[in-house]
Design a protein around this ligand. Sequence first.
Ligand SMILES: Cc1cc2nc3c(=O)[nH]c(=O)nc-3n(C[C@H](O)[C@H](O)[C@H](O)COP(=O)(O)OP(=O)(O)OC[C@H]3O[C@@H](n4cnc5c(N)ncnc54)[C@H](O)[C@@H]3O)c2cc1C
Length: 375
Amino acid sequence: MTQTAKQRIVVVGRGLAGALVAWKFAERGCDVQWWGNGAASASRVAAGMFNPVSFRRVVEVWNAAEHLAEMRATVQGIEAALGRTGQLLHDVPVAKVFANGEYRDTWDARWDENHGVCQWATEGEDLAGAGLTRVEGPAGVGRVHASGWVDVPQLLDALERHFDALGALHDRAWSVKDGLPEGANAVVDCRGVGAAEELTLVGVTVNPNHGDVLTLSTPVEGAGSLDTNGHNINNGKWLLPTELKDGRQWWRLGATYSWHRLTPTPDPQAAVELRAHMAKAFDEEGRTALRGARLEAHQAGLRPASPDRRPTVGPWPGQPRGVLMLNGLGTRGVLVGPAAAESLVAWWLDGVEMPEEMRATRFKSVRAHVPGFQE
Ligand SMILES: Cc1cc2nc3c(=O)[nH]c(=O)nc-3n(C[C@H](O)[C@H](O)[C@H](O)COP(=O)(O)OP(=O)(O)OC[C@H]3O[C@@H](n4cnc5c(N)ncnc54)[C@H](O)[C@@H]3O)c2cc1C
């Protein structure tokens, strides 16, 4: 039965996970209080890209169609409600530069199989056909048209302003020892890597994965300009055109992945490596432009990664009823986060079963640490 009484929900963590959970509970008429302690947030540096195609094996990512639809509906709903239509979600096609002929064969074979991935992308083509005059890649490119990016920092700013205006935004820390705040029906832990230590004790692994990303700008035309014909270029790293600002074209270039760096501080070596790797996708003129591009920002963050690349959503293992969690958004928070938050809200308010793949009990380690834990 749908629960109609106005519930008091405290959401802890002001990153993407917390924002989506806070928004979706509020949309359902709950009295939401949104807490955060100002600790570093992966969401504040994320490029926010979404892409239903996994380039490693040329297959669809997990639940691509459902997650893409939920992401679009959620972000566009927020845009409309906050008067930001067209400002948060940006459709940008990806041009995957094929590493070699063998990879192209794998890509093109999907069309012979009529594979699900074909709905999101097009068969391999040569660079001139794709209008990629500065890109180099003898094996050609495959284009994904169902991709783009969400301006996550802007989304967070807009939602913080919204909740602040309601008196519901609080600079306040929480840890699981604090339990259910007084008067609340539920507290949702969305602390990302900030929850890792406590979650380890109950068998939930959140591995901090360090990533660097650069913000660059180039002249719009003439010497030093860079043209990707509106594409996000992917050659293992990616170069995403974001906006025209101050008379220049702005880009994000990323990202690195490291399990060894445990603080969210930028790695100077990463800046060199990112430019060098992306330069390989361009001709001489493009390489010169990339080398000369102005560095506007170099940021880094810690992705909250889970061992099976699925989020963990639902009750916080071993805690009293009402202490809940959403963590493990990993490298694909934008695509996975809205569906994960939607599942949490539907489970808590309507009793809709949580998808098996997102439950904490899928981990043997949780079953061993918290015997008898039920969801
Ligand atoms: C370089 C880089 C690029 C990325 N690019 C993409 C991309 O293109 N597409 C994509 O989908 N994903 C991307 N990601 C991943 C994405 O950032 C994450 O999936 C997502 O942001 C995780 O959100 P989160 O809310 O779980 O964690 P976070 O954003 O880290 O938020 C955690 C929040 O909890 C708060 N907090 C911590 N401890 C406490 C406490 N004790 N009390 C109160 N609050 C606390 C923190 O202040 C923070 O606000 C990228 C990540 C990085 C690092």
